[in-house]
Each structure stands twice: as C-alpha cells, then as structure tokens.
Design a protein around this ligand. Structure first.
Ligand code: PD2
Ligand code: ZN
Length: 288
C-alpha cells in the first residue's frame, strides 16, 4: 500500500470496527494491516484512533450533556432561508446548508484581494503545523497534519480586523470569542486527517486549554485559493465533501464535545498545486 493511501478511510474505519465487533484481538487486526502493507506505527495509531472514536460513539448519549443548555451557538440568520446575507456591508452567498451536522457553505466570504493579502502576509511566517498535545495542552508536531501554518493575533492588522468583524456579524458571535485566525498551506500530498475540532474532555490537557475561553463551538474554514487538484474538506460521518473554492468558506458548529455532533472532518490530500485556508475557531467565552 502506498504511503499516501495510509489514511483512515471510511472503508478502513468500518473494517476495523467490524473486526473489533467480531471479537478479533487488536494485535491480530494490527498484524493484518501490517501484512497488507501498513507501516506498523501508522497502523497502530490508526487502530487506536478508530477504536477510541468508536468507544466514544458507544458511550451512552445521556451522559454527554450539551455544553450549556440554552446557550446559543454561532449561527447565521438563515431563518427566512435567504440566498445572501450582508455582513458589515459585504454580501455573502448561501450555497448549501445541512442540519445535522450543522454545516453551511458560504460563497464569496472573502474577496480575491483579501485572499491574496492573507497569503502574502502569512507566507514568511509559515512553519510546520502543530496540533494540541492532548496530554499536556501544549503544541506538538503531528503526522496527521502535513501542512505549514501560522496564527495571526486577533485584530493584528486592519485586514484581519475587517475579516473578523465580518465573521462576527455573519455568525452572530462576538469577535472576542474567536481565536486568532490560523493560516494553513498544504503542498501536494499534504492533508489533514479526519478529526474533531473540540477539545475532548477525556484528555488530561483539556482543562488547561479550556481556561482560555471554554470549548470550541464552531469552525469556519475559508479557502484562499482553488487547488489544482484535491483538497476538499470532508465530513466522513455523512459523506459530505466541500470543494475548496477561493473566497468560499465552510462553517460547522457543535453543541457538545462529542462525535454524536457528526462533525468529524478532514482536509483531503492535495493532489496538484497548493491549498491555502484560513481557519477561525469560535469559543464559548472570551478567548484570551
Ligand atoms: O483545510 C481543511 O480543509 C481543513 C480540514 C479540517 C481544516 C481544518 N480541519 C481545520 O483547520 O481545523
Ligand atoms: Zn479541523
């Protein structure tokens, strides 16, 4: 099996779960994966992630309370099913919306000039992306995210301030509940394997992370360019793929830190050219 194919596809996930539910021991499943060409470390990590996610799915739903009953989530004003929304004087198209998971695809959220400016401003500051270390709450380099990235401070420049105000108005969520804008650049072959953006309460580092504004409750991924090939944002639980189109964005929200939100999502491998995105994560409270 080629290295590129060593991702947890929905088919592989179903196969691993079926083996486990048929009573196969994890070591036998691992051996079968090695025999079919998987690198041992990658196979072990894939197996662990899949089985932990499955266990979380099987946890009784009643024990997973919503974050704060009655607390609103970030949500655009779609009550009258408009085709466009105007946020801070900027017209945004509503291309697609889905209820569960709550996913909305926006057209024209950023202008071409804004996309170019974000790429130019961030380019000299890109570094190999890190993800949150679940055990400590610190940063770690992670093989499941093969992109380069950086963070802007909230309100760092006039451009960032304008985009953040637009997002706040569009999603009806206070600007100071947002993390700083993150820029990611994926080169050919790079991807972001499926994950949840909330912080899993079972991890020991989560309490420390939550001190800075509580849970994440929503994600907005904005596409700064249109890759020549690949790079869709995928939602494997529901078979949804959002095409990365320059200026467009995909938004999704989650009312609890649990896979039942169906917000598992990933960045599919880029097959040609580069993919650039800007991500805004929204917290329950003021992000400090
Ligand atoms: O670049 C993407 O499509 C993507 C996919 C999954 C970005 C993120 N997650 C993220 O920034 O959280
Ligand atoms: Zn994500």
């Amino acid at each position: 099996m080629a290295a590129l194919a060593q991702t947890i596809t929905p088919e592989l996930r179903r196969w691993i779960v079926a083996q486990a539910e048929a009573g196969c021991r994890p070591e036998d499943v691992l051996q079968a994966m090695k025999t079919s060409g998987w690198d041992e470390d990658i196979a072990a990590a894939a197996l662990e992630q899949t089985l932990l996610e499955r266990l979380a799915e099987l946890r009784p739903q009643a024990t997973v309370a919503p974050l704060d009953a009655g607390t609103p989530l970030p949500e655009p004003a779609l009550e009258t099913a408009p085709t466009v929304l105007v946020a801070e004087g900027h017209t945004v198209r509503i291309l697609t919306s889905m209820r569960h998971p709550r996913v909305i695809v926006f057209g024209g959220l950023l202008t071409d000039t804004e996309c170019d400016q974000l790429m130019a401003l961030s380019r000299p500051r890109l570094e190999r992306s890190k993800t949150v270390d679940n055990a400590t709450g610190g940063d770690e380099i992670n093989a499941s995210r093969t992109s380069d990235g950086m963070f802007f401070e909230r309100g760092e420049t006039e451009l960032i301030t304008r985009i953040e105000a637009r997002i706040g108005a569009l999603l009806r969520w206070p600007v100071n509940h947002g993390e700083g804008l993150q820029i990611l650049r994926y080169r050919p072959g790079a991807e972001y394997r499926p994950h949840h953006d909330y912080f899993d309460p079972v991890h020991s580092g989560t309490a420390k992370i939550l001190e800075r504004g509580g849970q994440r409750v929503g994600t907005l991924v904005m596409y700064l360019n249109t890759p020549e090939g690949g790079g869709a944002t995928t939602f494997p639980d529901v078979g949804l793929e959002v095409a990365p189109v320059r200026g467009n964005a995909v938004f999704f929200s989650y009312d609890r830190a649990h896979p039942s939100t169906r917000t598992l999502h990933g960045g599919a491998p880029v097959t040609a050219g580069e993919k650039w995105v800007a991500t805004k994560w929204l917290r329950q409270g003021v992000f400090v």
